[in-house]
Ligand binder design. Sequence first.
Ligand code: HEC
Length: 103
Amino acid sequence: MPASNIVFTVANTEPRNAQDWQQVKRNALNLVASGEWLLSSPANKDQRVWQQSANTLLAAATAVAKAADANDVEAVNNAGNDLYASCESCHAHYPTKPNFKSY
Ligand code: HEC
């Protein structure tokens, strides 16, 4: 969640300098690692929604990292929408804890 919040914040507050963009990229790469980890979890290999959501997360996070390299706000936000959709689709299908709040 902290990593994705950094990405979602770009919709409200544009990165101002190279350091800000670097931070967006670093957090996107953390999300790429999360996506890889979610995909590799053996218990979920045959679960369609899980695989789709994790694949979407991985692709969206990869796109955010590329967009951050290009200092492209619009591309970060577009990929951010896909990223958000991946969180929602997985949580809609798999149980989260009571009192769960996405953001
Ligand atoms: C592939 C499925 C999947 C995807 C994609 C996914 N999640 Fe989750 N998430 C889960 C599951 C399952 C749980 C519940 C885990 C548990 O209760 O042990 C969870 C729990 C959480 C929690 C609660 C953790 C806690 O300790 O209570 C947060 C916060 C969260 N997810 C954020 C996100 C965000 C933000 C994204 C997207 C960037 C995301 N998740 C994408 C499956 C997913």
